[in-house]
Design a protein around this ligand. Structure first.
Ligand SMILES: C[S@@+](CC[C@H](N)C(=O)[O-])C[C@H]1O[C@@H](n2cnc3c(N)ncnc32)[C@H](O)[C@@H]1O
Length: 206
């Protein structure tokens, strides 16, 4: 904490102020729809999942319905509160933590069958992405899956966002022995003008 104001995690700029509006947007699409192409790669239930930048918990809830247990990491208190209110489940544990350090997650000495970072990676700068990939790679079980999506196009007012390429992300993952097993760009899931997404998945060595 600094003075009266707790320091915001890098990348969360703009989320507290808009959480009440974003909750409708994020919950308007189903987990199955957003992750359609990735679902065949997901581990069989019951698996242990880590959802980093979990937002309002749409994906944590979708994973719980599939029979998985989820550690939902979300540093923006307003988003976390929406998630806890909307998706209360004994299969979901919420945690206030953030990339790149993930200090609280790593202190648990746990490994995950599935790590999801949906629409969060492009909020980190290059140095943060480098550090985050090392830490996240260390949280995946042998043979486990990591998925992420990268937003491109206009940056919403107040957000901190970088144009991150799939090539850079693949190379960073490869430097930690994570093999690319899925790559696709898709039209915007939110119909925002000029916004598109890359979706990537990586497999840890068995
Ligand atoms: C575009 S939203 C996506 C939310 C959710 N994954 C989804 O797909 O609906 C990005 C989320 O990442 C969170 N976030 C931003 N910076 C972060 C960081 N450094 N570490 C973890 N989460 C972060 C924000 O608070 C926000 O909830």
């Amino acid at each position: 904490m600094t003075g009266l104001h707790p320091r915001r995690a890098s990348g969360t700029e703009g989320y507290s102020e808009t959480a009440d509006r974003l909750v409708e947007q994020y919950e308007s699409r189903s987990f199955a729809d957003v992750h359609r192409g990735l679902l065949p790669l997901f581990p069989a239930a019951p698996a242990r999942a880590l959802d980093i930048g979990a937002g309002t918990g749409r994906d944590a809830a979708g994973l719980a319905v599939l029979g998985h247990t989820v550690l939902a990491v979300e540093p923006t208190p307003e988003m976390r509160a929406h998630g806890q209110r909307l998706h209360s489940s004994p299969a979901i544990e919420w945690l206030d933590d953030s990339l790149p350090e993930l200090a609280r997650v790593r202190a648990r000495n746990e490994r995950f069958d599935l790590v999801m970072m949906t629409a969060v990676w492009m909020h980190l700068d290059e140095a943060e992405r480098t550090r985050a990939m090392e830490y996240v790679a260390g949280l995946i079980v042998p043979g486990g899956l990591m998925t992420l999506s990268l937003r491109h196009g206009p940056v919403p007012a107040g957000r901190r966002m970088f144009d991150v390429s799939p090539a850079e992300t693949r190379a960073l993952a490869a430097s930690h022995d994570l093999a690319t097993v899925y790559e696709r760009d898709r039209p915007s899931v939110f119909n925002a003008d000029g916004v598109w997404w890359d979706v990537l998945a990586f497999r840890a060595p068995a």
